[in-house]
Design a protein. Structure first.
Length: 360
């Protein structure tokens, strides 16, 4: 007698047919003899790869970098009147952040402290004096303040650039050597361990200074035509060019020609100073590629270099090597041309040399 064929139950409301007892569910591996689906265990021959855990980036480097930059902002050397927030300095935040994330001291480079002005109406002599002492102390304190925020601390490499354009500004190499040597001596005697000096003597071996200058110029300096185009097109470049021209005019003592002839000559020399300065900056960047770049010239907000004031001064351009220090009656310090400071105070000596003026 033939058995009647089993009829499949109709689909339910969802469109799925219920599985008869004992019939395996489609898609479930393994032999099934009961009513519950059987799941296979992981095969030990093929270990499962754990899913990577996603974590939010550590906010501390960003926070610490911003705090370090806030220490610099009160000393920003700029011609802009409105203070800028931390976020307006992405170049500096990025470079500071790299050191913070690496747990390393923040390295700053500062092309500065070249030599004293050759004009005796502006300075007290050829060697560093109280203006440099105060400026070096300020830079060292800045590093120790950073250390309170970022325990690895900071260090500043003073990239003394006097030899780079000494022939253009009419200062002999021996005078520049004496200035830089005394600068190193001051740093050692005052225990300013976060500061160091880097100059043309530290590169290109034992070549004469003229040969070193020529080599640096040939490999790194832009053309005068390039600089002229920048000066015509860019407000900051034009202000820098005019500032250097002014310094060259003021630093020239006993010029035999007319004032207009002196100004023409200084305008031409200013392009040579810009060339050498740009070349020196490129060389410094080769030796310290990760450093945060500082400048003693006014810099616009957001520039790759951060302009920094060393001491209080009547304008944004005055530096210790173009002036003399005056100790005011209220205990503060400022920088003025020597002739002006002498009108306001009496001369003070230190270590047998003129040091500064004290207001009377």
């Amino acid at each position: 007698m033939a058995h009647a064929s089993r009829r499949r139950p109709p689909p339910d409301a969802t469109g799925a047919r219920p599985h008869p007892a004992g019939e395996p569910c489609a898609g479930l591996a393994g032999r099934h003899t009961g009513t519950s689906p059987r799941f296979s265990l992981p095969d030990s021959r093929f270990p499962e790869t754990p899913m990577p855990l996603t974590t939010a980036p550590d906010p501390r480097p960003t926070r610490i970098s911003a705090a370090i930059l806030r220490l610099l902002l009160p000393h920003h050397r700029t011609t802009e009147r409105t203070p800028a927030p931390v976020q307006a300095f992405p170049h500096q935040l990025r470079r500071i952040g790299d050191f913070v994330r690496d747990g390393a001291p923040v390295v700053f480079t500062l092309p500065a402290f070249p030599c004293k002005s050759p004009n005796p109406a502006k300075v007290l002599g050829r060697l560093p004096d109280q203006g440099e002492r105060l400026s070096l102390g300020f830079l060292h304190r800045l590093c120790t303040d950073i250390e309170r925020i970022h325990p690895p601390g900071a260090r500043i490499v003073i990239c003394s650039d006097g030899h780079v354009f000494g022939d253009v500004i009419h200062v002999p190499d021996p005078h520049i050597d004496a200035y830089a040597d005394e600068l190193r001596g001051l740093i050692a005697r005052l225990g300013l361990t976060r500061l160091s000096v880097f100059d043309l003597r530290d590169v290109l071996g034992d070549l004469p200074y003229d040969a070193k200058r020529a080599r640096v110029h040939r490999h790194h300096a832009p053309t005068v035509d390039t600089l002229r185009a920048e000066v015509h097109a860019d407000d900051h470049a034009r202000a820098l060019y005019r500032g250097i021209t002014r310094f060259l005019v003021e630093d020239t003592a006993g010029y035999p020609g007319t004032r207009s002839a002196l100004q023409r000559a200084c305008r031409q020399r200013a392009y040579a100073v810009l060339q050498r300065s740009r070349a020196w900056g490129a060389l410094v960047a080769e030796h310290h590629p990760a450093a945060v770049r500082l400048s003693i010239h006014p810099q616009p907000v957001g520039a790759a270099k951060f302009g920094i004031r060393l001491l209080d001064a009547p304008d944004a351009w005055t530096t210790p090597w173009h002036s003399a220090a005056l100790h005011r009656a209220d205990g503060t310090w400022t920088l003025l041309p020597r002739a002006r400071a002498a009108q306001l105070g009496r001369l003070v000596t230190a270590d047998g040399r003129p040091s500064h003026f004290r207001q009377t």
